[in-house]
Design a protein around this ligand. Structure first.
Ligand SMILES: NC(=O)c1ccc[n+]([C@@H]2O[C@H](COP(=O)([O-])OP(=O)(O)OC[C@H]3O[C@@H](n4cnc5c(N)ncnc54)[C@H](OP(=O)(O)O)[C@@H]3O)[C@@H](O)[C@H]2O)c1
Length: 338
């Protein structure tokens, strides 16, 4: 089952792109660049002169999107690196290749990839497929690539870690629960599809809350060091990407209702404004939440991306500690920021 996208026009992308500085000399890794916001961000970074590491699982989509990026920006420096976020071993393997391509350090790690409202299944590592893809593997990537981020910071004065959250971070629940970060894949409530609290959506909500809480914890820990490594979180509003297509195919949303809902959203280019601004705009600080709005549903679904403060329902000691300890337990490694 597939749904037909409404084909929305971009309103703000060109303005933002034209305001961004050159990224020459920088190495930028982005997860999930085969479509959607990751593709747009990779394309923009390539045009702005960065070396762009494309972290994707192996697929035809990965090959085709690489070819499309090369065709759009023939001088772009794009490097494909295999990284399947459903598998911790694949993430570990990918970091060896990233090290070879980022000898002078990694200026930006943009943890963009994600899946939404999929069935209640476990990864090969035993975690919820959504939580491992959207958060736990990104936590592992940050831990393993931290020395490369430090290297870029020492050579060029700054590095950035960007996580991609969502309006869904605060609905249906604002409470991060440890069960979703533990080895409970396949046993996390079943396949209810109600967007108001069905189990598929509650699991997605927990992953997007984890993205924000991870940023808050990173920001807090980095602020206690002398490192100029920025922890930033972005959200795309409601953006017309392949995210909804994948969810419809998996049975998480009906195709008619998805099309009606997406008519209220924005183009994938405008959806990428938050991560692109977080990657490249010099005015963005550590601890910023960058997106079209933070308040009620309607102010947050589309528009120019602006910087807002982190929110107290995850930026507090209890949630930051829960997120960090459970994520370290899942990846089987300690992670100290120093
Ligand atoms: N679109 C929205 O309205 C919206 C709203 C809020 C938040 N977001 C967030 O925005 C981010 C980007 O999503 P999108 O909207 O651009 O959707 P998208 O077009 O579906 O892109 C998702 C990307 O993640 C990749 N991915 C999925 N599973 C992966 C895995 N196991 N290993 C490596 N890569 C994997 C996909 O690659 P494959 O080709 O391998 O599947 C694809 O490149 C996500 O974190 C999502 O939660 C989107």
């Amino acid at each position: 089952m597939s749904y037909t996208k409404p084909n929305l026009k971009s309103k703000h992308y060109d303005n933002l792109f034209n305001s961004l500085p050159s990224l020459e000399g920088k190495t930028i890794a982005i997860t999930g660049t085969t479509s959607g916001t990751g593709y747009v961000a990779a394309n923009a970074c390539g045009k702005l002169g960065a070396k762009v590491l494309l972290l994707n699982r192996q697929s035809e989509r990965s090959v085709k999107s690489y070819e499309s990026l090369k065709a759009n920006t023939p001088n772009g420096d794009f490097i494909r690196i295999e990284c399947d976020l459903q598998n911790f071993n694949s993430v570990k393997e990918s970091t060896k290749n990233i090290e070879e391509s980022a000898i002078e350090g990694l200026d930006v790690l943009c943890n963009n990839a994600g899946v939404m409202a999929l069935e209640d299944i476990a990864t090969v590592d035993g975690y919820d497929v959504q939580m491992q893809t959207n958060h736990l593997s990104h936590f592992l990537l940050v831990k393993l690539l931290f020395p490369l981020l430090k290297k870029a910071e020492s050579l060029r004065g700054e590095a950035r870690i960007i996580n991609h959250s969502s309006i869904a971070r605060k609905q249906p629940s604002k409470n991060l629960k440890s069960a979703y970060l533990e080895k409970n894949g396949g046993n996390l409530g079943g396949n209810g599809t109600s967007i108001m609290g069905g189990a598929r959506w509650l699991r997605y909500n927990q992953t997007k809350l984890a993205n924000a809480a991870f940023t808050a914890a990173l920001h807090h820990k980095l602020s206690a060091t002398n490192l100029n490594i920025k922890a930033i979180v972005a959200h795309p509003g409601l953006a017309e990407t392949d995210l909804q297509t994948t969810t419809v195919k998996d049975g998480g949303m009906g195709k008619w209702i998805t099309r009606q809902m997406m008519k209220l959203g924005q183009s994938r280019e405008d959806g990428a404004l938050g991560i692109l601004k977080s990657i490249a705009d010099s005015s963005i600080n550590s601890g910023d939440f960058v997106g079209p709005g933070m308040g009620g549903m309607f102010s947050a679904i589309k528009g120019e991306a602006k910087a807002y403060p982190l929110e107290s329902f995850y930026d507090n000691e209890e949630v930051r500690n829960l997120l960090w300890s459970k994520s370290c337990q899942a990846i089987g490694q300690e992670f100290s920021i120093k």
